[in-house]
Design a protein around this ligand. Structure first.
Ligand code: NDP
Length: 454
């Protein structure tokens, strides 16, 4: 068979093709480029991947569903939003990935997230494909009833495209237990089926213990593995964390439990710095303030004396040993990365998805600090979602200790895969980005090869 294929073009020509086919989708192109940089090298001498155009095919979602979401606000005004579900790749299991409600949501953002999710889910070792969905809806400032009506309208279209063996969404930015409850209720109402179609559900209706904590805890378990691999640990280390939502607060909690000191939290308006350290009581206050009261992080300084608020800024200038970006994509650029390295930061573990720009990734890689990309470090959440799917299928609920042990085991497994593919002869340094990209890619690519051209 002819092997003169497009995959034999060089990396820049491949990326130029991705750009051409996805005009204006900068986030998606960025995510593909980050993966392709490592994969090109790995598949160089592996003819089958070229022959079957695996890289070209993996960078094209199976399908993108886009739909109108109409809802009525509390004043009786009709509002119109756009919803999407990106079903990226189901080679190794049903599509799986969160739903994001945020005004910044676009098709490009969801395509990047679904692409990343495919490799992340593969890394967990569980049978889950990659997908992502969402809407450009801003839950901030909306009443509970408005959020409910929006979620119901969103699910009234989405239900056609999802299912326990088809596509199993979960939460993400702006979608927590409340929104999952409303969406699950609407799915159940429309289909008259009680199945595990969503994860992150309430414990009363099929949810799993430790799902809420899993992403943040997992990011710290991964960080701990990286440190232990070089004979170090979290004890006594200072940590700078961005965000103040689900992932950020649980990452902070685990850092504190392991004997580290958390210095910062942020939101989209600015960051707080608490030189005394953010202990469990303060973390509990942040959780209640941000989740239940939906407040701003700025108010932390009124509550805890000695802390500072920096409006409109990100926390990366604060001197630290460890950095955990846990807010959103592209929140840490090349300059921020240089500042962190200059200030002596030794390890970065990404709780968020693609929080570091490509320039920032290159700074961390060149400085050879311990740097865990989101697709490896934040896979704990989807892992416990996968375990929630298993529990739903078997109609049982596992105990917390069992799930904790499984989560730790999965995070250790991901770390080991990254070490296997991210190490190089003659050096002890692990390139975790390369390791995660190759390990995640290989399993999906080999399944695609088994299916032939479909
Ligand atoms: P939440 O909605 O709970 O919290 C998001 C946090 O990020 C908030 O503090 C929010 O501030 C801040 N934020 C959102 N957008 C921006 C922005 N444009 N600039 C600065 N800050 C911003 O979301 P999660 O904690 O669940 O998710 C955080 C990240 O982790 C995302 O990248 C998500 O994709 C990723 N992730 C989440 C998983 C999960 O299980 N929840 C699983 C894997 C990855 P504000 O209050 O001002 O909006």
């Amino acid at each position: 068979m002819s092997v003169a294929t497009q995959d034999h073009v060089d990396l820049s020509a491949f990326i130029a093709g991705v750009k051409r086919r996805n005009p204006g989708q900068d986030e998606f192109v960025q995510a593909v480029q980050e993966v392709a940089e490592d994969i090109f090298d790995f598949i160089q001498d592996k003819e089958q991947y070229h022959e079957y155009q695996i890289l070209r095919r993996i960078a094209e979602p199976d399908r993108v569903v886009s739909f109108r979401v109409c809802w009525e606000d509390d004043n009786g005004a009709i509002r119109v939003q756009r919803g999407w579900r990106v079903q990226n790749n189901n080679s190794i299991g049903p599509y799986k990935g969160g739903i994001r409600f945020h005004p910044s949501v676009t098709e490009s953002v969801l395509k990047f997230l679904a692409f990343e999710q495919t490799f992340k889910n593969s890394l967990t070792g569980l049978p889950m494909g990659g997908g992502k969905g969402g809407a450009n809806f801003n839950p901030k400032g909306k009443s509970d009833h408005e959020v409910m009506r929006f979620c119901q309208s969103f699910m009234t279209e989405l239900y056609r495209h999802v299912g326990a063996d088809i596509d199993v969404p979960a939460g993400d930015i702006g979608v927590g237990a409340r929104e999952i409850g409303y969406m699950f209720g609407q799915y159940k109402r429309i289909t008259n089926q009680f199945t595990g179609v969503l994860t992150g559900k309430g414990l009363e209706f099929g949810g799993s213990l430790i799902r809420t904590e899993a992403t943040g805890y997992g990011a710290v378990y991964f960080l701990q593995s990286m440190l232990e691999n070089v004979g170090d640990g979290v004890v006594g280390k200072t940590a700078v964390i961005s965000g103040s939502g689900n992932v950020a607060t649980h990452a902070a909690e685990k850092i504190v439990q392991l004997g580290g000191k958390v210095l910062t939290f942020s939101d989209s308006d600015g960051f707080i710095y608490d030189p005394a350290g953010i202990d469990q009581a303060k973390i509990n206050w942040v959780k209640a303030h941000k989740t239940k009261r939906r407040g701003r992080i700025e108010e932390y300084v009124k509550e805890f004396t000695g802390s500072e608020y920096h409006a409109g800024q990100r926390p990366w200038g604060v001197k630290c040993d460890l950095a955990l970006p846990c807010a959103t994509q592209n929140e840490l650029d090349g300059k921020d990365a240089e500042t962190l390295v200059k200030n002596g930061c030794i390890a970065v573990s990404e709780g968020a998805n693609m929080p570091t720009t490509l320039a920032g990734v290159h700074v961390f890689k060149n400085a050879k600090i311990l740097y865990a990309p989101g697709k490896a470090a934040n896979a704990g959440g989807v892992s416990v979602s996968g375990l929630e799917m298993s529990q739903n299928s078997a109609r049982i609920s596992w105990k917390e200790e069992q799930l904790q042990a499984l989560l730790i085991d999965i995070m250790h497994g991901i770390h080991a895969s990254c070490v296997e593919y991210g190490g190089a002869a003659g050096t002890k340094h692990i390139d975790y980005v390369r390791g995660a990209n190759i390990a995640g890619f290989k399993k999906v690519a080999d399944a695609m090869l088994a299916y032939g051209v479909v």
